[in-house]
Design a protein around this ligand. Structure first.
Ligand code: SOE
Length: 398
């Protein structure tokens, strides 16, 4: 009889759907502990009933606090806006639960530090949905770099380019600083900072040059109850509200291995819709990845001399040891965005079952390091000064 893990989910929007799909499908493709979709918590009882029925949640609750205290719940999955991550995660940890939280860890460094402090005192394990680590091409990049294939890292160039943030996009929570913490920065930059740390195994030690910018200062207010968290649905009202977050942040920094890094996150990169991309240049080779071609990894082997050239690896071959590929389909059948969440659910269940994940899972302490970089970039941009991050001192910057 397989072990089971009773999951309680908080949140029923975009990430609530992505996580529900992961818990619903993971045991069909991966062996190991089986998640029981025990309870989904949300604010609106009618919406909850429809969501629970659609996704197979056995119970529903409009009281997330009661759910996280339910003795039957083993793992609390937080898929809510950034400003409530801390209270929900801390309550779940204090109730003795394991917790997996959406990214970024929190909207603010203070919240992220409080969550990590609670995790350090708790018995429960913690995880964060930095799902792009489990796109097979990114996981392979991690394995290649960690095995020394590129040698010393000279340059990292990372960008996360979306374009849904135009003037017609309403003032959803992602444009409200008191809810989101920041705009494209915490939403998108968090992913590429995590990816660079994950693939290189290095830390960003300084931020030296940063720009924070809001192109669109006023946005249409959502009609009552209308609109989704991202798309422009529900817009059209004549009333306008002030955006209080960045539409784009760019910054430069140094890596702990001595290399240089550049980061760019924007919701106004016309022409790109979800181009989460990085390039890494080392002494013996280079890699490049773009999520808009997510099953491919570019690789340049500088040791090949006359035959050196960019190869495009189709990262779908289980027989060649490509990460996660053997759980899915035959060679070159390809995966999608949702599979990165199923892969992460599988690794979380493996870890909870005492096994090893396919690639390292970020816990709260790891995600706090990404949050430290997010915060340093904003401080550097606003104070127009370079920042050195002191990871040994909580919140340490100089
Ligand atoms: C919106 O920018 C968003 O949904 C992010 O919040 C997700 O983390 C990313 O995977 C897709 O875009």
């Amino acid at each position: 009889m397989k072990d089971t893990v009773n999951v309680g989910l908080i949140g029923t929007k975009f990430m609530g759907r992505a996580h529900s799909n992961a818990w619903l499908n993971v045991a069909k493709f991966f062996d190991g502990s089986v998640p029981e979709m025990h309870t989904v918590a949300g604010r609106n009882a009618a919406d909850l009933a429809e969501f629970a029925a659609r996704w197979g949640w056995a119970n529903q609750s409009t009281d997330w606090r009661a759910m996280v205290s339910d003795p039957d719940i083993d793992l609390v999955d937080i898929a809510t806006p950034n400003h409530v991550h801390a209270e929900q995660a801390i309550a779940a940890l204090e109730a003795g639960k394991h917790v997996v939280c959406e990214k970024p860890l929190a909207g603010t460094l203070a919240d992220a530090m409080a969550m990590t402090e609670a995790a350090n005192k708790a018995d429960g394990r913690t995880f964060v949905w930095y799902n792009y680590r489990r796109v097979p091409a990114v996981a392979l990049a991690h394995q290649l770099v960690q095995s020394g294939t590129l040698g010393r890292i000279y340059h990292v160039r990372a960008a996360y380019l979306q374009s849904w943030g135009g003037p017609d996009t309403p003032l959803v929570w992602r444009f409200q600083a008191d809810v989101a913490g920041s705009g494209a920065h915490g939403d998108l930059q968090a992913h590429i900072i995590d990816a660079v740390r994950f693939v290189t195994g290095e830390e960003i030690t300084t931020v030296e040059g940063a720009i924070e910018h809001t192109f669109i200062e006023e946005r249409p207010l959502l009609e009552e109850g209308g609109g989704s968290e991202i798309a422009g649905a529900g817009a059209g009202g004549s009333k306008m509200g002030k955006s209080s977050v960045d539409d784009a942040v760019l910054f430069l920094g140094r890596l702990s291995g001595g290399g240089l890094a550049s980061f760019e996150a924007t919701r106004l990169a016309t022409g790109y819709h979800n181009a989460n991309r990085f390039e890494i240049h080392g002494e013996r080779g280079a890699i490049r990845f773009d999520f808009e071609r997510m099953n491919e990894l570019g690789f340049y082997d500088a040791t090949n001399g006359a035959t050196a050239g960019w190869a495009t690896i189709d990262v779908t071959r289980g027989g060649d040891g490509h990460p996660f590929a053997d759980a899915w389909w035959p060679d070159s059948h390809g995966l999608g965005y949702e599979h990165s969440f199923v892969n992460e659910a599988a690794d979380i269940l493996a870890a909870l079952g005492g096994g090893e994940p396919v690639v390292p899972l970020p816990d709260f302490a790891d995600a706090l390091r990404t949050q430290r970089v997010l915060d340093a970039a904003i401080v550097s941009a606003r104070e127009r000064t370079p920042i050195t991050i002191d990871y040994d001192t909580p919140g340490g910057q100089s």
